[in-house]
Ligand binder design. Structure first.
Ligand code: SAH
Length: 213
């Protein structure tokens, strides 16, 4: 039998060995228990470094990918962050440890309600969850210091680029849904946008409109 402490050590070791080295990100990932975000059949695999199925045919991302994306976003404690693709809420809970305020949106109402219930149960008070098509961003809450998209777009959506503050950073997987995608970091400067290609990734697609559930 593996103890909780051993499981946590293995979890953090897997993150480090896959390149998650930022101390604040590792600290946040140590504090946020992935268990409650994985339900049903797969709950006992929550501490493995694997993506797992969640409701509405979606997936909770692989922890090391969550760590690498969070690290690439360079979140500071003053930041107002938008996440597109709430899914289980796991990534948003990690961002909430690092940022001042997190807004997260998903196109499935069911996922939004389930994530909100976990945030409430864990007394996480700096996340606001919306059901919306996040490819339009959140005009009422914009602009954002940081934007993280956790579904793959063919190109970084224009409204999200527009809702990024000058000096702001967006991390987004870009590419066709069934092919290998690239994780891109976009940095907005006074004169325009700079793009860095970070690594190959595989995410569910960013879809238009609201989901059925
Ligand atoms: N960040 C999540 C994993 C995201 S999976 C986690 O930590 O668990 C991708 C999510 O993006 C899915 O839940 C899917 O419903 C959502 N999604 C896809 N297209 C979207 C859109 N246009 N607007 C909002 N959410 C979207």
């Amino acid at each position: 039998m593996t103890s909780d402490a051993e499981r946590k050590m293995q979890f953090l070791f897997a993150l480090r060995s896959r390149g998650v080295t930022d101390a604040r990100v590792l600290d946040a990932m140590e504090k946020v228990d992935r268990g409650p975000f994985v339900k049903g059949l797969f709950a006992e695999r929550a501490y493995e470094d694997m993506p797992l199925p969640i409701a509405c045919g979606q997936t909770i991302s692989q922890p090391s990918v969550v760590g690498l994306m969070t690290q690439a976003l360079k979140v500071t404690p003053r930041d107002k962050v938008l996440e597109v693709g709430t899914g289980s809420g796991y990534q948003a809970a990690i961002l909430a440890h690092l940022a001042r305020r997190v807004y997260t949106v998903d196109r499935y109402k069911r996922l939004v309600n389930e994530a909100r219930a976990i945030f409430d149960a864990q007394d996480i008070t700096n996340i606001t969850v919306f059901t919306a098509d996040g490819s339009h961003g959140l005009p009422d809450q914009a602009p954002f210091d940081r934007i993280l998209v956790t579904a793959a777009a063919e190109d970084p959506p224009g409204p999200l680029l527009a809702q990024l503050k000058i000096g702001g950073i967006m991390v987004v997987p870009v590419g066709q849904s069934d092919a290998v995608q690239s994780l891109i970091r976009v940095t907005r400067s006074e004169t325009g946008y700079e793009y860095d290609e970070l690594r190959p990734v595989r995410f569910v697609p960013l879809l238009e409109g609201l989901g059925k559930e």
